[in-house]
Write a protein that binds this ligand. Structure first.
Ligand code: FAD
Length: 302
């Protein structure tokens, strides 16, 4: 029996574990196979406070994990496979093992919807990127292909033009699904060109991106485009499947919540899992902190 179980050890779950451990809550962190979440995949983090020269994702994760250990949370490197929130204490299963606690923080993150190409995953963080706020500055005076046609694809393409010399938006439909003002900004931006009714078939490059192969969906023809970076901005999928039968979800699959509070007393959400707007390391840590403070408050009042 624990005071608190945290599911997911990305920046949100790790921050929650630091706060919970420091508050002397008996805490179990179910970390999945590798702690660190998305930031572990990041070659260089340039925008996290306290690291003026940047820090690699793995180094930052290692520091966070040792901070968690210092304050005493127990970590298991396995995935939660089932939860039962029907009555307290709540139950979290890892295969046939069951763990119980009066409070649970869900910090399982979200994953970017990807094109599903082998070359895309091989070159992720090596020219393929999914967050313009995080990585646009790495493409100063370079060319970037942005894939997608919704609000975030267009907003991120615009953000990249602050650094890149040229941005080519590749979109599979004839029209963008983004808001009108974003479409107008894109149309009026001299650094942006658009390639409608095209898809990216392959990301080219051995160690780093050198180009993309695009297919014209009208003619079926393919051709190669030289580029230094490829932004994939075709949406997000929150990792909430595990909770579908236990908590109310929105149509987009997010857990219905008010900030970090879910409708279930003592069950909290933190990080990108329930963030439809910011999805940053610093915001994930911030909500992990809030969820742990709420859990501490909840346990104190039980
Ligand atoms: C390539 C890349 C580069 C980025 N660069 C930056 C950057 O430079 N600066 C910045 O601010 N942000 C950056 N981001 C965004 C940042 O990484 C995320 O905002 C942040 O990691 C979100 O943290 P999180 O803890 O909410 O979720 P995640 O990082 O997604 O972590 C969730 C964790 O939960 C685990 N999990 C899922 N299901 C289970 C389960 N059933 N049981 C146990 N564990 C589970 C997952 O495996 C994962 O480890 C980047 C993202 C990517 C993908």
């Amino acid at each position: 029996m624990y005071d608190l179980i945290i599911i997911g050890a990305g920046p949100a779950g790790l921050t929650a574990a630091i706060y919970a451990g420091r508050a002397k809550l008996d805490t179990l962190l179910i970390a999945g196979k590798t702690p660190g979440g998305q930031i572990y995949l990041t070659y260089q983090v340039e925008n996290y406070p306290g690291f003026p020269d940047g820090v690699t994702g793995p180094e930052l994760v290692e520091r966070m994990v040792s901070q968690v250990k210092r304050f005493g949370a127990e970590i298991i490197l396995e995935e939660a496979t089932k939860v039962d929130f029907t009555s307290e204490p709540y139950k979290v299963y890892v295969k046939d093992k069951v763990f119980e606690a009066y409070s649970v923080i869900i910090a399982t993150g979200s994953r970017n919807r990807l094109l599903g190409l082998e070359s895309e995953s091989r070159l992720m963080g090596r020219g393929v990127f999914v967050c313009a706020t995080c990585d646009a500055a790495l493409y100063e005076e370079l060319r970037v292909v942005a894939v997608g046609g919704g609000d975030s694809a267009l907003q991120e393409a615009l953000d990249i033009t602050k650094f890149a010399s040229e941005v080519i938006i590749v979109h599979r439909r004839d029209t963008f699904s983004a808001q009108r003002y974003l479409i107008e900004e894109v149309e009026n931006n001299p650094k942006i060109t658009t390639m409608m009714h095209h898809t990216v078939e392959e990301v080219l490059g051995e160690d780093f991106v050198t180009g993309v192969r695009v297919r014209n969906l009208d003619t079926g023809e393919t051709h190669d485009l030289q580029t230094d970076g490829v932004l994939i901005a075709i949406g997000w999928l929150p990792n909430t499947e595990l909770f579908r039968s236990q908590l109310e979800l929105t149509d987009q699959g997010y857990i219905t919540a008010d900030g970090v509070l879910t409708s279930k007393p003592g069950v909290f959400v933190a990080g990108d899992l329930n963030d439809t707007v910011y999805r940053q390391l610093a915001t994930a840590c911030g909500s992990g902190c809030k969820a742990a403070l709420e859990a501490e408050r909840y346990l104190g009042h039980r």
